[in-house]
Design a protein around this ligand. Structure first.
Ligand SMILES: Nc1ncnc2c1ncn2[C@@H]1O[C@H](COP(=O)(O)OP(=O)(O)OP(=O)(O)O)[C@@H](O)[C@H]1O
Length: 617
């Protein structure tokens, strides 16, 4: 695959854009046998810049602004001329020269594009074959508006962070496919056959304790590398942790990552991390968090691979917090005293919750429970660091982590996942009862086994369902001024719909949220039950809409009501709690968990992008 060889000026000549591409705005992936061109450090560096470049390499490239500082001595005209000569499109050089500095673009015809393997908010991922070597790669096509410099710079941030990292357990950016005339770019990554979400949720796969340790160690090594370079990943979840057929785990998807600097450390957006993996301080709106948000997510992933399912599956931010309290216990008084959040006390539960983590992980060794409890500490500073987790007793006691090469070769992930998801779709919903059985770990001598299990899909994995014609959402507001009346709104064409009132009841009973109708939006609650426990059993609260009103958000400084994909229905998918905006889908037409996650992910990505535009965080 492409490499970065230093000072290889002569290679530049080899990077000329083919006549076909000159007329093609999209990179033209072909099946021709044209040789793949390597990435080279081109001739930007003068002797002084070379010195700086070498220094930064000795330091492990730890300065994210390396590109910017390197090129600062050169005139813009020179840089653009150099980069254009290297084959980069002008819109990219002018908006994000530092991201591609020292590299030359790879040519589209060096790859044979195969099937699509992933779809993100701002990307589509394809499997592809490198023509010259036959090696499989993943091509991530990044969507952005190339007329908008901010949009390009946002994408450039991901590239800069990826270039800053260099570790066997971090997904390596191997190159970028584009051309002088292209309007899009593809990031080239090593192809990984599996992800931890697919493997751990597969009922046919059961990890042994030493296999779990092996995955966890690799994850923590990768994370330690990020954190030591000031990079917070901010989207650690099982599906972003990829595994190849050699048992090597790599942390992927740095689309939400950021480098903490003295300048931005108190001005970060709280709307990061996929809901199920989001730390409590983020749910409470913190904007001055640190790398410990990643450690919380690692705790969630640890629990997920132990149990075979995500451990905290909230459907809204408020429900997510509730689930955290139920698992980890309500935070101690000291937590609320120390919390620097303006609205922290709004999140203080009225009831005391005892931690249930030990019960839920009763098969896990004592050392494992201790590590899990540490990672899932309500107080960020008690979570320790990736390094301290690696030094924990869990990894120092038998059974030790196995060697990655001894991990089983699983059937191709994409096929396996596709089949599994299809099976789930066909079978849902099964019954009102929870049919999920935790996949407890096997004893040390066991290997991962492929067996045929029953169907594991659980009804409570699904969002609360509504009438077939649903697709509405609701919002709650509470303010202190004349607008100060809480409003519960939903938007549903039909006159009546069923909505589980658990979130309403939870908001009211747990946080003391007082719901009142206001003039603009009138709602009725029928048969409301005080149901504190969202997870177990749907409550039969019925709401009928008479009027409607759009929700708006402030809280974390982001306003989803101005999202690109703006519609009344979508705007209403927020629960505003005090100043904290609570977002996330509550109810979906089809009742598919994939849909919830997709929407949640999209919301986060759009919000972070917007926040980046506004504040650069
Ligand atoms: N190197 C890879 N090998 C195999 N599959 C990959 C690779 N990278 C990504 N994928 C697949 O593509 C999916 C989407 O990729 P990724 O997570 O990077 O983007 P995203 O976060 O969904 O997109 P965006 O950041 O634009 O919203 C992943 O969930 C994974 O299934």
């Amino acid at each position: 695959m492409g490499c970065i060889s230093s000072k290889n000026v002569s290679c530049l000549a080899d990077q000329s854009v083919s006549p076909v591409q000159e007329h093609d705005p999209e990179p033209d992936f072909s099946s021709t046998n044209q040789q793949h061109r390597v990435l080279v450090d081109h001739s930007l560096e003068g002797s002084q810049n070379n010195k700086r470049s070498r220094k930064s390499r000795r330091l492990g490239g730890s300065d994210l602004r390396i590109g910017a500082s390197l090129i600062s001595g050169l005139s813009h005209k020179n840089i653009e001329a150099e980069q254009a000569a290297a084959g980069w499109p002008s819109w990219l050089c002018s908006a994000a020269a530092e991201a591609v500095h020292g590299w030359v673009p790879l040519k589209a015809e060096a790859f044979q594009k195969l099937e699509k393997i992933g779809q993100g908010t701002y990307s589509s991922v394809f499997r592809a074959r490198e023509v010259g070597t036959g090696k499989m790669v993943a091509l991530k096509k990044v969507k952005f508006d190339n007329l908008q410099p901010e949009s390009i710079r946002f994408m450039a941030r991901e590239i800069l962070i990826l270039r800053k990292l260099n570790h066997p357990n971090i997904m390596k950016l191997e190159g970028i496919v584009t051309s002088r005339t292209s309007s899009s770019i593809y990031l080239v990554f090593e192809y990984m056959e599996h992800d931890l979400a697919g493997l751990s949720s597969n009922p046919d796969i059961r990890f042994t304790e030493s296999q779990i340790k092996c995955y966890m160690k690799q994850l923590l090594w990768g994370l330690e590398h990020c954190h030591m370079r000031g990079v917070i990943h901010r989207d650690i979840k099982a599906s972003n942790i990829l595994v190849n057929n050699k048992g090597v785990l790599k942390l992927a998807d740095f689309g939400l990552a950021n480098v903490v600097t003295p300048k931005n450390k108190n001005n970060l957006t709280s709307r990061v991390v996929t809901l199920w993996y989001r730390a409590p301080e983020l749910l409470m709106g913190s904007t001055s968090y640190g790398v410990s948000v990643d450690l919380w997510s690692v705790g969630c992933v640890f629990a997920e691979i132990l149990m075979g399912k995500p451990i905290l599956k909230g459907r809204t931010e408020i429900e997510q917090l509730h689930k955290i309290y139920k698992l980890c216990g309500s935070p101690p008084d000291s937590f609320w005293k120390r919390a620097k959040l303006t609205h922290a006390t709004s999140f203080r539960p009225q009831h005391t919750y005892e931690a249930t983590l030990r019960e839920r992980c009763h098969e896990l060794s004592t050392t494992g429970v201790f590590l899990l409890e540490t990672l899932l500490s309500m107080e960020p500073e008690k979570r320790g660091t990736a390094s301290s987790a690696l030094n924990s007793e869990y990894f120092l006691t038998r059974p030790y982590a196995c060697d990655p090469s001894s991990l089983p070769k699983y059937p191709p992930n994409k096929e396996m996942d596709a089949k599994y998801r299809e099976d789930m779709r066909r079978s849902e919903p099964l019954s009102l009862h929870d049919t999920f059985e935790d996949k407890n770990i096997l004893n040390e001598t066991s290997r991962a086994t492929i067996t045929t299990h029953g169907n594991y899909y659980k009804l409570s994995d699904l969002p609360m369902t509504t009438d077939p014609a649903s697709g509405f959402a609701w919002a709650v507001k509470r303010r202190k001024d004349p607008d100060n009346i809480s409003t519960l709104t939903y938007n549903q064409p039909s006159s009546r719909s069923q909505l589980s009132g658990t979130s309403v009841a939870f908001a009211r009973n747990t946080f003391g949220l007082n719901l009142k109708p206001d003039n603009e939006s009138v709602w009725e609650i029928q048969g409301d039950k005080d149901d504190h426990d969202i997870e177990e059993g749907p409550s039969e609260t019925k709401l009928s809409r008479i009027g409607e009103r759009h929700g708006s958000l402030d809280g974390s400084g982001l306003d989803f009501s101005q999202r690109e994909d703006d519609s009344p229905e979508k705007n209403l998918e927020h629960l505003q709690f005090g100043k904290q905006s609570i977002s996330g889908p509550l109810i979906f037409k089809s009742g598919k968990i994939d849909e919830i996650l997709q929407r949640n992910e999209s919301n986060i990505r759009q919000a972070v992008r917007k926040s980046h535009f506004q504040r650069g965080t």
